[in-house]
Ligand binder design. Structure first.
Ligand SMILES: Nc1ncnc2c1ncn2[C@@H]1O[C@H](COP(=O)(O)OP(=O)(O)OC[C@H]2O[C@@H]([n+]3cccc(C(=O)O)c3)[C@H](O)[C@@H]2O)[C@@H](O)[C@H]1O
Ligand SMILES: Nc1ncnc2c1ncn2[C@@H]1O[C@H](COP(=O)(O)OP(=O)(O)OP(=O)(O)O)[C@@H](O)[C@H]1O
Ligand SMILES: NC(=O)CC[C@H](N)C(=O)O
Length: 593
């Protein structure tokens, strides 16, 4: 029996468009002789639909579209399609009104429905808000084949792999008891650095432990802050990788079940294992950010973006990502020198723009600054000029950029990185203005590493059309001077970031321990950091929550991004304290994936 994995990129809420995507994949799969089509979790509405699930008309429409899709599928092809079902018993027995489900469509009908059993409610996930956990073991027969069904989190509870149990049930253990030939996992698993390897190792462990071949089907594409990387894969009974989908793009992967071997195998290759994708961390992050900007713009209806080009490294990286995502002709860089701007802020920005092939315009802001200062002169009389006056530059730039975005229907990209967002080194209604914060989850040291990677001709060529256009292999995409000069906001004469912040390698290590590793300040000091610096950084993070709450959505690439997975109070007096006892620390350990 041939089986097809449809690694799809749905748009949230575009029910008919998503159904058409499923249908197109179904037709392609049927043409290649497939009997069963697999689609990702909630493939009909896209994941995560969030509070659209509270709209009854949305749920009704989903039911209608699902039934129509069942009618339209090619004859002879069964399909598993992700959908939402009512929990009718909730009216009498209580519980949540919905299930996160998968429908088996066959012979023009909805033949069977399976409900997700384990509901993630941590980090960016909030499934307990909407769904009741399924109680049944999910499996079906197709021709002579007996198949197990799981939905994403259902397979994230292997206590041997994790060293602890997150839920009381373990769906794959239940399925193994029923004698299924293999288990399917229909997922919408967001990207973060290193997650592909974790998924494969985790499911390899489960496949061998339960003697279960596993087909892992993941969604692809950017949905607001979340990037789904695809990377679907198939493991045989020995846990060997026998097929995989592309990273960061839609795909259709065919495989088959071999009844003699009682195992899954690739259609074209032999049973022999294949090598997992081997791209570097930088290549992965680059691809995730490009897809994030591309899909956010496309799904919100923008074809062009605008950003402030300062000749600094952050705006240079964002411009490069945007040029890759939307085409250089669709990126508009605005240079806005003030009397405090250096000469190189202009020459470096123009040099970068030429290399990327993007359009630029120069709008000096000196006159506007004078107008603001004069307008405020009476009110500010007798005070010393300071941050308020400095920030006016940033706010003039933010204002001009929004005017340009309004006028030409562009999306404004803000350029703040994660280190700045963490400590509040950015100006509200100034450089924080924007619709999408492309690198808000990329620490400053990683911003440098990404630019260096873009400039290294070997691997970047495979992942960037921009670098491959550069004829001279010695000529870099991001001008060297942008990488070597000290970072500066240039809001007052001679200002550099390191006047206000610790060196970025130290800052980023403290932030990594505090934000990603959940280490308390005393543990960070014990790791070798200066106590006063740690204390200052932790206070800056805590006190700048009000800025982050007003920031545009950022593209998540780490296991703990600011945004939907970071829910801190603003008006709070708590500042992280000392290490708890070991027992408490392990109980409180937040799930990461
Ligand atoms: N809890 C709270 N809830 C709501 N609002 C709160 C608040 N606490 C302060 N605020 C308000 O926020 C104001 C302070 O925030 P804000 O006005 O953003 O400004 P602020 O943080 O004072 O200054 C911005 C900093 O970012 C630096 N920087 C670095 C890189 C680039 C840029 C750039 O702009 O290009 C700037 C700049 O040098 C300066 O150190 C307060 O004056 C107060 O009005
Ligand atoms: N002279 C300028 N012209 C246009 N935009 C500017 C200018 N100065 C600042 N900006 C905008 O404000 C943002 C914040 O400035 P900031 O100095 O923090 O970043 P950067 O210059 O890109 O990088 P770096 O932090 O390495 O100097 C810039 O990325 C840019 O979008
Ligand atoms: N949609 C889900 O159930 C996702 C949860 C899962 N732990 C993942 O990140 O892959």
């Amino acid at each position: 029996m041939k089986i097809a994995i449809a690694q799809l990129n749905p748009t949230i809420g575009d029910l008919t468009g998503n159904a058409q995507r499923i249908l197109a994949a179904a037709q392609q799969a049927a043409a290649q002789g497939a009997r069963l089509l697999l689609t990702p979790e909630l493939s009909l509405c896209g994941y995560p639909p969030r509070d659209l699930l509270l709209d009854p008309s949305f749920l009704e429409a989903m039911q209608r579209v699902l039934r129509q899709l069942a009618q339209d599928l090619p004859p002879g092809l069964a399909a598993l399609v992700g959908t939402v079902e009512w929990n009718e018993r909730s009216l009498e027995e209580g519980g949540k009104p919905l299930f996160n489900s998968t429908a088996l469509l066959e012979q023009q009908q909805v033949r069977q429905i399976f409900h997700k059993r384990l509901l993630p409610t941590y980090d960016v996930f909030d499934e307990d808000r909407y769904f009741e956990p399924g109680r049944q073991i999910n499996h079906f027969h197709l021709d002579s084949l007996h198949v197990g069904v799981t939905i994403c989190e259902d397979l994230w509870n292997d206590e041997e792999f994790w060293g602890k149990r997150s839920y009381t049930t373990n769906p794959i253990a239940d399925l193994a008891q029923t004698g299924v030939a293999f288990t399917i996992n229909l997922s919408a698993s967001p990207y973060s650095v290193g997650k592909r390897k974790i998924r494969q190792a985790m499911l390899q462990h489960s496949a061998t432990r339960y003697q279960q071949p596993i087909i892992y089907v993941n969604q692809v594409g950017g949905n607001d802050d979340l990037i789904f990387d695809g990377n679907s894969f198939v493991l045989n009974r020995q846990g060997e990788l026998i097929a995989q989908g592309q990273a960061f793009s839609s795909d259709l992967v065919l495989l088959k079940y071999d009844p003699e071997q009682q195992d899954l195998r690739a259609v074209d290759a032999s049973l022999a294992a294949i090598a997992p994708h081997s791209s570097s961390e930088m290549a992965e992050i680059w691809s995730a950010l490009v897809l994030g900007v591309q899909d956010y713009a496309r799904k919100c209806g923008f074809s062009q973006v605008v950003l402030g080009l300062s000749g600094g490294i952050d705006s240079s990286l964002v411009a490069a990502i945007a040029a890759e995502a939307l085409g250089p002709e669709n990126v508009f860089g605005v240079l806005m020198p003030s009397p405090h701007s250096s000469e190189h802020s202009i020459t470096d920005a123009l040099d970068l723009a030429e290399k990327l092939g993007i359009k630029t315009h120069t709008l000096p802001i000196g006159n506007l600054m004078q107008d603001y200062d004069q307008g405020l002169a009476d009110l500010f009389a007798g005070t010393d000029p300071g941050i308020a006056e400095e920030n006016i530059q940033s706010r003039i730039r933010g204002n001009l950029l929004m005017a340009i975005a309004n006028k030409f229907g562009h999306l404004l990209l803000s350029t703040g990185n994660k280190s700045e967002m963490a400590v509040g080194y950015c100006t509200l209604y100034g450089d924080m203005n924007g619709g999408l914060a492309a690198i808000a989850d990329v620490p400053k040291t990683c911003v440098y590493a990404l630019c260096e990677w873009l400039n290294s001709p070997c691997e970047a060529h495979q992942f960037s059309s921009l670098t491959s256009k550069i004829q001279n292999p010695k000529s870099e995409l991001i001008p060297t001077h942008i990488l070597t000069k000290p970072p500066s906001a240039e809001l007052k004469p001679g200002q550099v970031d390191q006047d206000s912040l610790p060196p970025y390698d130290i800052l980023d290590d403290i932030l990594d321990r505090f934000i990603h590793e959940h280490q308390p300040p005393d543990a960070i000091v014990a790791a070798g950091h200066d106590a006063a610096v740690v204390d200052r950084v932790v206070k800056m993070v805590t006190r700048s929550e009000f800025k982050r709450r007003q920031a545009p959505p950022g593209i998540k690439i780490t296991d703990r991004a600011f945004g939907t997975g970071w829910r801190m109070p603003i008006a709070s007096r708590w500042v992280a304290a000392s290490t708890p006892t070991a027992a408490l620390a392990s109980m409180a350990e937040a799930p990461k994936h």
